[in-house]
Design a protein around this ligand. Structure first.
Ligand code: TMP
Length: 226
């Protein structure tokens, strides 16, 4: 039987501002009586968080990077995401497989066909049944020009292996997201993340109200949050 929960992922280049909206959205869902799991990739389990530290800090080639990303994802799906969805929860995940196609595929130029094979193997359920491949139900893409994202990141903490990439890298990552979005338009919602926070929040909640997943008026709550 299909899991009853809703699996929502959040994507965008570094500095797009997505993370600050996720907790506010979780609170909005909880006010409606939903149980919410907030998680992230790379990471989300003790094992996958160790893999995250390697990915962000250690030099490696694009295939190694991709294999590690999918290894962490398998553990995350098995231990956190699938069980939460089976319990009927809302799962809000900061990045998922679209990030692999955007960063390893677009940014690093790694073969998308190989990524598709790894995607199918990793996301085909515990028993590896391809017809049960787990995709997000909805993906919110915070889109903005790399120059604007770089300006936002300028005063942030010391950059990791990805954040320290040049603007051209993020141009390719952005293009990678655009290709994933046009291949699955019914799953993707593109937000103009260059707008002020309140306007981005309104776009975000508007898309959820449209699906009947939030009630109209939720946007007022986010606008007043920090
Ligand atoms: P975060 O800072 O948004 O948590 O993400 C950490 C970095 O990992 C971010 O720069 C994007 C990168 N990343 C990949 O390269 N491939 C992936 O599949 C994922 C999920 C993230």
């Amino acid at each position: 039987m299909e899991p009853a929960g809703r699996f929502i992922t959040f994507e965008g280049i570094d500095g797009a501002g997505k993370s600050s909206h996720i907790d506010t959205l979780a609170a909005a869902f909880r006010r409606l009586g939903e149980t919410v799991t907030v998680t992230r990739e790379p990471g989300g389990t003790p094992l996958a968080e160790k893999i995250r530290a390697l990915l962000l800090n250690d030099a490696m080639d694009a295939l190694t990077e991709s294999l590690l990303v999918f290894a962490g994802r398998r553990d995350h799906l098995r231990c956190v995401i699938e069980p939460a969805l089976a319990r009927g929860e809302v799962v809000l995940c900061d990045r998922f497989t679209d990030a692999t196609f955007a960063y390893q595929g677009g940014g690093r130029g790694f073969d998308a066909k190989v990524l598709s094979i790894l995607e199918r193997i990793t996301q085909s359920g515990i028993a590896l049944e391809p017809e049960k491949m787990r995709d997000p139900d909805l993906t919110i893409w915070f889109d903005l020009p790399p120059e604007m994202a770089a300006a936002r990141l300028a005063d942030a903490r010391a950059p990791d292996r990805f954040e320290s990439q040049p603007a051209e890298f993020f141009g390719r990552v952005r293009q990678g997201y655009a290709e994933r979005a046009s291949a699955a338009p019914q799953r993707f919602v593109r937000l103009d993340a260059g707008q002020p926070r309140d306007a981005v929040w309104s776009q975000l909640t508007g898309s959820l109200v449209q699906r009947g997943w939030l009630q109209a008026g939720t946007s007022d709550v986010g606008a007043s949050a920090s």
